[in-house]
Structure formats: structure tokens, C-alpha cells
Design a protein around this ligand. Structure first.
Ligand code: NAD
Length: 444
């Protein structure tokens, strides 16, 4: 991930800081991660050889609560990428007003090249390596790209074995039988659909009028597509890492997902070996062509930098829904804005996952479990409230939805940091001690 997305650039953040007139303390504290750990994870492979994998855990900021963020297994994971992702988690948790800071983890590995047992050893080894850094009141990992409930189950079991006690709230996204929450698996897709619904209602559009293309038919993209199809949207294209399919009459995501996973279930594999391209009834197109289709909504649910300055000018969709983290680069974001393309930003759109994770964490801590409807209702309420606040702010201040979301999130973090004390606060106290003008104000 060489390019940096708009929402991570210092220039973009400086504009947010300036608009909010935040204290210099806040600028300095948000300029770098609070803690960055690089770990080497030795794993005994099935053939007896030892392989050492590199991993990271970055805790960006914990002013508003324990840090929270997923763990990614991918060959392109790097310290830089994990740091960006941890920063976005910090903003996201604040945008939806969760009592969490932001973190992220990652291991540089192609997990599809590992056997199930090797993957289990790697997952457990990662937790042994970062055990001292995590905990329900410290830092709480969760799934991300190429990690899922099975992996979270192994990780929380490893933590429990080291601790010699059950600590389910240390990791979220666990299987239901191991303290997971009803509604967690589909939560990111559900939250994204909720944001899209609220936006399109504002534009007086009904789902039946909208044709949707989805890049990234993984956990988040699939559940979004399934729920959107059920809500009446026409899903005309889907893609994954192996290819893309297109059908103007509409695709039904559920049978395509089942078909894609049939081989995996038969072979007992953790990852799916098949692709959407196996669908014989749909036209096969290039992955890049999906991004450039003439559709009403383009959903980005794969990885970072899907739209950059090279392809931004060819995007025909008037509306982009960012389910992936950082799928639009800084340059592309500006080009899209200039072209009048509306971008519903990642830090709002994909917050459904962390909202459900928070609900899982709460259930683990109180030792009681809620029905799926309760979890879904709470998720819809929280993301809906955050979305409406962003829409209102964007309209009132005549800024992009991304800027509005950052103003919401950074504003909350800055307020918390100021309540811990800033230069102005301490200078005023010093002045008071010296008999200077004591206003008693604590603001910046
Ligand atoms: P996943 O691994 O389940 O799915 C990713 C999908 O993207 C896979 O189907 C993969 O084949 C596809 N893909 C990869 N490269 C592609 C390409 N070039 N073109 C088209 N498809 C491609 O991961 P996920 O959990 O669904 O996460 C997807 C994105 O959503 C990531 O950016 C992740 O950080 C973000 N996200 C996920 C969650 C969650 O709860 N799962 C929450 C918040 C954000």
C-alpha cells in the first residue's frame, strides 16, 4: 500500500485542526501513534521447518478509552499500513461516539498458503507475542482482512491459557459459542447499508431506482450486497481478488456466496478457494472495469487505494460507499470532489463492525447475551445518529461528508484531550498561582 489515502495526510488533518481551532497539544498528540510494537512470530510448519513471520500492533490513541482495532493477515501488511489503519480506527470510534481509542494489528503473511494447523499456530503465536499489550481495559483486537471468527476463537483461547482464566472481552468477533455476539458477522455490511439508506432517503430516491456495483465480495462486501439485495437495490456487479462479474438484470448475492464457499466447506479449509467468476450465468468482466461501470452506487469493499489519480477520472458512479478502509487516495478524493462525485466516507460507513464489537465487549463484561434484534437495533441507532450528524454538518458548513465526519471525530478527541489539560489550562493555573488574571477557564 504505497499511496496514502486522503484521510491520513497531514495536509487534510491540518485543515480539520484549523477549522476546529484545536490546541497545539492536540495536534502534537495526534501526529504519531502512542505505541508501536513489532514482533517476530516463530511458527513450526507442517514439514517441521521453522518460519518466522513479522507482525505489528499499533495503539494510536487511547484518550477516549481502551484502544480497539482488527488484526489483518496479508502479504502486503507493513508497519506503515498498520499505523494508518490504527489512526483511522481512532477517528472512526470517535465519529460514532464509542468509548474506545484506535489500534490495529497485522501479520505479513499470505494466509492462503498455510494449512489450517499452521494458521492456528500463527494466530496463537501472534497473541503470545502481544499478550502484555492487550486486555479488556487496554487494547481489544478483532477480525480484519483474512481473519475471521475462527481465528478470533483461537486468539482468545490463547490469551485465556496464558492468563489461566477466561477473559472473553479481550477479543471481539469471536464465534457465538465462545462469547461472540449475535449479529456481529453481518454488522459492517448492515451498518454500511444503513448509512446508504439514510443518504438516499435524503435524496428522495428509493432502493429500486438504484443500480449498485460492489468491489470486494468478502465478509463486509457480501453481507452488504445480501442485505442491499433484500432491501430492493439491484446489484449489477461483484468482484473479488480473482475477477469480476456483471449482469444488468441483477445478481442474487446469497447463492453466489454459497457457491463460492462450497469447495471450502467440502475441503474443510478456512479460506475460500473459489471466486465469483465461477458463476456461469453472469458476464465476466475485468476487475478494473467494475469500478468504471455506469452505475448509481459504487461500493468499495476490498482494500486501500482502489481509486487513485489514474482511474478517478473514469469513475461514472455519482455516489461511492467506502466500506473498505482508505479505498480512495488523497489525489483521487480531490478529483472526485471536483467532479461532483459524493463519497460516503469509510470512518462512518464501515463503523458497524466496531459498533457490534463494542456490544460484544459489553455483553462479555456483564456476562449476559442479547438477542440479534437487540444488537441490530442498537447498531442501527448508533450509526444512524452519527450519519445524520455528519450529513447535517456537511450541509451546514458546506464541506464534504469526509470533512464533516472528521470534524465530528477529531472534535470529540480534541475535547477529551483538552479535558486532560492543555498548554492554556496549565498556563492559566500558573498565572493564578502567580496572582495573574485567573479566569478559571479550562478551554482551548
Ligand atoms: P475479506 O478478506 O473478507 O474480503 C476482502 C475481499 O476483497 C475478498 O473477497 C477479496 O477477494 C477481495 N479483493 C481483494 N483484492 C481485490 C481486488 N483487487 N479487486 C476486487 N476484490 C478484491 O475482508 P473484509 O473483512 O470483508 O474487509 C474488507 C475491507 O473492509 C477492508 O478494507 C477492511 O479493513 C474493511 N472493514 C472490514 C470490517 C469487517 O468487519 N469485516 C470492518 C471495518 C472495515
Amino acid at each position: 500500500m504505497s499511496k496514502q489515502s486522503e484521510n491520513g495526510t497531514p495536509a487534510f488533518l491540518e485543515r480539520i485542526f484549523d477549522r476546529l481551532q484545536v490546541a497545539d497539544d492536540v495536534r502534537q498528540r495526534l501526529a504519531s501513534a502512542k505505541l508501536t510494537a513489532q514482533v517476530s512470530i516463530p511458527v513450526r510448519m507442517d514439514d517441521g521447518a521453522l518460519k518466522v513471520f513479522q507482525g505489528w500492533r499499533v495503539q494510536y490513541d487511547d484518550t477516549r478509552g481502551p484502544t480497539k482495532g482488527g488484526v489483518r493477515f496479508h502479504p502486503q501488511v507493513s508497519r506503515e499500513e498498520v499505523t494508518h489503519l490504527s489512526f483511522w480506527m481512532t477517528i472512526k470510534c470517535a465519529v460514532v461516539d464509542l468509548p474506545f481509542g484506535g489500534a490495529k494489528g497485522g501479520v505479513c503473511v499470505d494466509p492462503k498458503g498455510l494449512s489450517r494447523l499452521e494458521l492456528e499456530r500463527l494466530s496463537r503465536g501472534y497473541i503470545r507475542a502481544i499478550h502484555d499489550l492487550i486486555g479488556p481495559d487496554r487494547d481489544i483486537p478483532a477480525p480484519d482482512v483474512n481473519t475471521n471468527a475462527t481465528v478470533m476463537g483461537w486468539m482468545s483461547d490463547e490469551y485465556a491459557q496464558i492468563e489461566r482464566r477466561q477473559v472473553p472481552a479481550v477479543i471481539t468477533g469471536k464465534p457465538l459459542g465462545l462469547g461472540g455476539s449475535a449479529g456481529r458477522v453481518a454488522a459492517t455490511g448492515r451498518g454500511a447499508l444503513q448509512v446508504l439508506q439514510l443518504w438516499t432517503q435524503r435524496q428522495d430516491k428509493s432502493p429500486e431506482q438504484l443500480r449498485v456495483a460492489v468491489q470486494g465480495f468478502g465478509n463486509a462486501g457480501y453481507h452488504f450486497a445480501r442485505l442491499a439485495h433484500e432491501a430492493g437495490y439491484r446489484i449489477v456487479a461483484l468482484s473479488d481478488s480473482k475477477g469480476a462479474i456483471h449482469d444488468e438484470d441483477g445478481l442474487n448475492p446469497e447463492p453466489i456466496w454459497k457457491h463460492k464457499h462450497a469447495t471450502r466447506e467440502l475441503k474443510g479449509m478456512v479460506y475460500c478457494d473459489e471466486s465469483v467468476c465461477e458463476e456461469r450465468d453472469a458476464e465476466r468482466i475485468e476487475q478494473q472495469a467494475l469500478l468504471e461501470l455506469d452505475v448509481d452506487v459504487l461500493v468499495l469493499a476490498a482494500l486501500e487505494d482502489a481509486i487513485d489519480e489514474d482511474n478517478a477520472g473514469r469513475i461514472k458512479a455519482p455516489l461511492i460507499l467506502e466500506i473498505a478502509n482508505g479505498p480512495v487516495t488523497a489525489e483521487a478524493d480531490q478529483l472526485l470532489e471536483d467532479a461532483g462525485v459524493v463519497v460516503l466516507p469509510d470512518v462512518l460507513v464501515n463503523a458497524g463492525g466496531v459498533i457490534a464489537s463494542h456490544l460484544e465487549w459489553v455483553q462479555n463484561r456483564i456476562g449476559d447475551y442479547w438477542p440479534q434484534e437487540t444488537v441490530e437495533q442498537r447498531l442501527d441507532d448508533r450509526i444512524g445518529k452519527a450519519a445524520e450528524a455528519c450529513f447535517e454538518r456537511a450541509e451546514q458548513e458546506q464541506v464534504s461528508l469526509r470533512t464533516a465526519a472528521y470534524l465530528q471525530g477529531v472534535g470529540r478527541i480534541a475535547a477529551a484531550m483538552s479535558q486532560q489539560g492543555t498548554r492554556t489550562y496549565f498556563n492559566e493555573r500558573a498565572e493564578r498561582r502567580c496572582g495573574g488574571g485567573a479566569s478559571g477557564r479550562q478551554s482551548d
